[in-house]
Design a protein around this ligand. Structure first.
Ligand SMILES: Nc1ncnc2c1ncn2[C@@H]1O[C@H](COP(=O)(O)OP(=O)(O)OP(=O)(O)O)[C@@H](O)[C@H]1O
Length: 769
């Protein structure tokens, strides 16, 4: 046998032992879970809640043990002091507590990612193990300290880089974990301190997203107690992106992290529509905070003329002085609008009660009598309706629709904006209850902060909610119930317990009993939840108003902010990290840079870099680690169908990135040419996103391509992409950096200097034109 084969056999023995151990642990945990659930809903409340806590613990342990099946072990360190250490997705010990496998996040595993020949950190050899299922199919060694290596060890060395093999693989439409090949500069980001704001700036393909996800897993491992209670939130740019990344954390054994977009941050509203760039820019402008604050104050109005309340036998008057006094008293409490209302109402009712006593000829009344009168007045319809007009209960939705729908209200609350800007906010009141956009969500959140909660009972009693709001709530409830049942079914299937308990019943229990909800689930439903750590990906896209909504959710400011200023596409997005962060943590944030591009090969990056230089000549493109020899090409639009087919022949996932205006026609052309091609309409939910990621060919706009990658990318009409918004050239840069293997551009409009002169391909080229 060759050295390589001997080593494979040896490693296989060890790896088999690890999987056997994993099987034993799964069996034990499953039995424990079954035993706990079999005790049924009996005993005292405390017994039951203890049982549920145990059940939850076993179920999540079991889920973790299943999640690490693929790639359980991927590395070995030969350490001068510690001996031989195997590194994997979780830690395993035998029954004697001897360690069999080290969790990649443990401090002793760190040299696996950081050791270099110059600084070997006590390691003589780092070995990468490649596995397929439970079989070891390859070993590769990095030699770190030749002098410390014994002769025997020298005889067993194996070479070749694991990284390049991983990078060259076909893409599957889903991001994968990179625990086996994390690079040193990435490891520094992953293991950075939990506290404070860490900005990770890096060009396309430098691993920002994948590193941010591994950081979440690392932080949960290292600070489990603190973070499990408060939860970790990861914000991504669009639902399709969340679909793309959602498997990474579970594959690392972490399931309790909330993934969301800004458009989903406000419970009960799912905003998928997008505003035009100029509208989005305005709604994201920090001046909107003052506009909303004024809009709320305008709803606490004091009319010029006194209000006469006809109470059958007699009339009571609310004059300006009285109203102003009540309003000032309420405002001075500095409580949100809906809570301050109680103070306003009480103050007015007191005044009215005194007036009534006088009218009834009672003269001086004692406190009890006054209280009786007050309560009588409170239920009088004329009084109720006057109070509702003077200081209405408001939901954020009502406030915002009321503002967008009324030129008069806008004119007042938004007087700091120009008339043209106000016109951008206008919305036809007939479109009431219509779609919310992504840029509305931070405004709803801001409004919720100013308004405060409305007591559930009050909401019901006052019939404030219009019929359609109620119907929507009912529908949402039904949808929630369905998804709970589906989730419960998955858990039962995963744990092999479907015969013991029905999905409906498990869902019932999850709903009914607080402790059964995971932290992420509880946090998602609570607008005021304070997270233990928040990670923002593609952070350059967030508007100042969106930052306010994010910062509210992390009062401790323990955050990881990941992005690339050069890729900012949104008109309301960031121009610098300083501009974003100084309002919150001036001088108290730190920055790390990622400099190596693991996605885009050298040949493609050379072209993208020319576009980058047109955005700002001082910007530097990250250095690519791979060359493929495949030069980017160009062709006329008419050749697109053939070219897509040709690309399919080459294999892997293909994307056609188009200017927004061409999404439909180009989508139709591609769909007609290729069976199974998917067109992504802007704002597609996670379900549609999944279909697109799984399809062999996806046609999509740049906003939806953000953060994704494909084996081959064809960019249609690059000049139109560059011209479609003020940040269009950044969009083009994003589009050009999505491919891991091949890139082409198709156009009829001249593509601009940076992209001209690429070798021609397709019909025109074949015709020799
Ligand atoms: N250390 C690594 N080992 C293996 N693959 C890696 C490594 N680092 C990054 N990659 C791969 O490189 C690709 C790009 O990573 P990622 O999407 O995280 O980059 P990004 O910086 O977020 O890019 P963009 O800004 O363009 O969205 C992914 O396929 C990722 O898995």
């Amino acid at each position: 046998m060759s050295t390589r084969q001997t080593e494979l056999v040896r490693e296989q023995e060890y790896v088999t032992r690890l999987y056997e151990r994993l099987d034993v642990l799964r069996d034990r945990t499953q039995r424990s879970l079954k035993d706990v659930l079999a005790t049924g809903a009996v005993g005292t409340l405390q017994n039951r809640s203890e049982r549920d806590t145990f059940a939850e613990m076993y179920a999540s342990r079991l889920a973790r043990l299943w999640a690490v099946e693929r790639g359980l072990v991927f590395g070995r360190l030969d350490h001068v002091d510690e001996g031989r250490l195997y590194i994997g997705k979780l830690g395993l010990t035998d029954d004697e507590q001897d360690r069999l496998l080290i969790d990649w996040r443990a401090p002793v595993a760190q040299p696996f990612y950081r050791a270099t020949p110059a600084a070997p950190m006590g390691v003589t050899r780092r070995r990468h193990l490649q596995t397929k299922g439970r079989a070891v199919i390859g070993v590769e060694d990095d030699l770190l300290d030749l002098d410390a290596l014994s002769d025997d060890d020298r005889a067993t060395l194996n070479g070749e880089a694991a990284l390049l093999a991983a990078l060259d693989e076909h893409r599957t439409g889903r991001m994968r974990d990179i625990v086996a090949t994390i690079q040193a500069e990435q490891d520094r980001v992953i293991r950075a301190d939990l506290n404070g704001v860490l900005v990770v700036q890096g060009g396309p393909g430098t691993g920002k997203t994948v590193v941010a996800l591994h950081r979440a897993a690392y932080l949960l491992y290292t600070h489990r107690q603190r973070l499990e209670r408060r939860g970790v939130l990861i914000l991504g740019p669009n639902p399709m992106f969340l679909r793309y990344i959602e498997q990474v954390l579970p594959s690392l054994g972490e399931t309790d992290v909330l993934l969301s977009t800004v458009g989903e941050l406000y419970p009960g509203v799912t905003a998928t529509a997008r505003d035009r760039p100029e509208v989005a820019a305005l709604k994201g402008d920090p001046r909107m905070a003052e506009v909303l604050a004024r809009a709320v104050r305008d709803r606490q109005r004091v009319p010029r003329k006194p209000i006469e309340l006809d109470l059958g036998g007699h009339t009571l008057t609310l004059d300006r002085n009285l109203l102003e006094a009540a309003r000032n008293k309420a405002v001075r409490t500095r409580r949100p609008h809906n809570q301050a209302r109680a103070v306003f109402v009480r103050s007015l009712l007191n005044a009215l009660a005194r007036q009534a006593a006088k009218r009834l000829g009672k003269g001086l009344v004692d406190d009890d009598e006054l209280a009786d009168l007050r309560e009588e007045l409170r239920t009088e319809p004329v009084v109720k309706s006057a109070l509702n007009r003077l200081w209405p209960y408001l939901t954020p939705q009502r406030l915002l629709l009321g503002l967008y729908g009324s030129p008069e209200r806008l004119g007042h609350a938004a007087s700091a904006l120009t008339p043209a800007e106000r016109a951008l906010l206008r919305r036809d009141p007939a479109a009431r209850g219509g779609e919310w956009t992504e840029s509305d969500v931070p405004l709803l959140d801001e409004a919720a902060e100013l308004l405060g909660e409305i007591d559930e009972q009050v909401l019901r009693a006052t019939a404030l909610q219009a019929e359609e709001e109620l119907a929507a709530a009912r529908q949402a409830e039904e949808r929630e119930r369905e998804s709970e049942v589906a989730y419960a079914r998955e858990v039962l299937e995963l744990t092999g317990l479907s015969d013991v308990m029905e999905a409906e019943r498990l869902a019932e229990r999850q709903r009914g009993e607080g402790p059964y909800l995971t932290t992420a689930e509880r946090a998602a439903a609570d607008r005021t939840w304070a997270y233990g750590h928040v990670i923002v990906d593609e952070a350059q896209e967030l508007s100042p108003m969106a930052w306010r909504a994010v910062m509210r959710r992390v009062p401790t400011r323990s955050m990881t902010i990941v992005g690339d200023i050069a890729q900012t596409g949104s008109a309301a997005g960031a121009r610098s990290w300083k501009e974003v962060l100084d309002p919150y943590v001036a001088g108290r944030w730190r920055q790390e840079r990622l400099t190596v591009n693991y996605r885009t090969p050298v040949e493609l990056m050379a072209v993208a870099a020319r576009v980058l230089a047109t955005i700002d000549p001082s910007l530097e493109a990250p250095a690519s680690v791979r060359e493929t020899g495949a030069e980017p090409w160009s062709a006329p639009m008419a050749a697109l169908p053939e070219l897509v087919k040709a690309e399919i022949g080459e294999g892997g996932k293909i994307a056609v990135v188009v200017p927004d205006a061409l999404l439909e026609p180009v989508g139709e052309t591609v769909r007609a040419a290729v069976a199974g091609a998917e067109v992504i309409a802007p704002g597609a939910g996670r379900g549609r996103g999944a279909a697109a990621l799984d399809a062999p060919v996806a046609v999509l706009g740049v906003a939806d391509a953000k953060g994704l990658e494909f084996d081959s990318v064809i960019v249609a009409e690059p000049a139109l992409i560059a011209a479609q918004s003020p940040r269009g050239r950044s969009d083009l840069y994003v589009a050009l950096t999505r491919a891991t293997q091949r890139l082409g551009i198709v156009y009829d409009q001249p593509p601009g200097e940076a992209l001209s002169g690429l070798p021609r391909r397709g019909r025109e080229a074949t015709n020799g034109l």
